[in-house]
Ligand binder design. Structure first.
Ligand SMILES: [Zn+2]
Length: 140
């Protein structure tokens, strides 16, 4: 069972975001890096905000993952999410990846047990076939 209902609508990725989701489909979490200056960024963008280069590389996420911040959603933004409330929406940070951040959900954790700075482990969810989402759970 997935953290949020499988029928929850999913935004259509922009063309420059598609590779991120394709890697997720292979259960590989990769962030876009600038092939010229090395800046890591997320969400993916077609051009580097630092040096304006178009050349990119996809870097496998590495190192610890920490809970940067979160909120608890009590009023769902879509009818399909009513049964999931209250659920968390989290921003996790990858310190060894230049502090790149990812919006996600923390699973296998009561909302009251969420703590900013807690260490997390990546888990993959596939709520519907072919839609693979990166989620995180407290690291044991
Ligand atoms: Zn750059």
């Amino acid at each position: 069972m997935s953290y949020l209902p499988a029928e929850t609508p999913f935004p259509e990725p922009a063309p420059w975001e598609q590779a991120f989701w394709d890697f997720c489909g292979q259960r590989s979490l990769r962030f876009q890096g600038c092939a010229r200056c090395g800046v890591v960024r997320h969400p993916p963008m077609p051009v580097c905000a630092s040096c304006q280069a178009f050349e990119i590389e996809w870097l496998e996420a590495e190192g610890d993952v920490e809970l940067f911040t979160y909120t608890i959603i009590h009023h769902p933004t879509h009818p399909d999410l009513v049964q999931a409330t209250p659920y968390n929406a989290a921003l996790v940070i990858f310190p060894r990846m230049q502090g790149v951040r990812l919006v996600t959900n923390i699973v296998d954790c009561r909302n009251d047990d969420l703590r900013i700075g807690m260490k997390l482990s990546l888990v993959w969810e596939e709520p519907t076939p072919g839609r693979v989402l990166p989620r995180f759970r407290p690291r044991v």
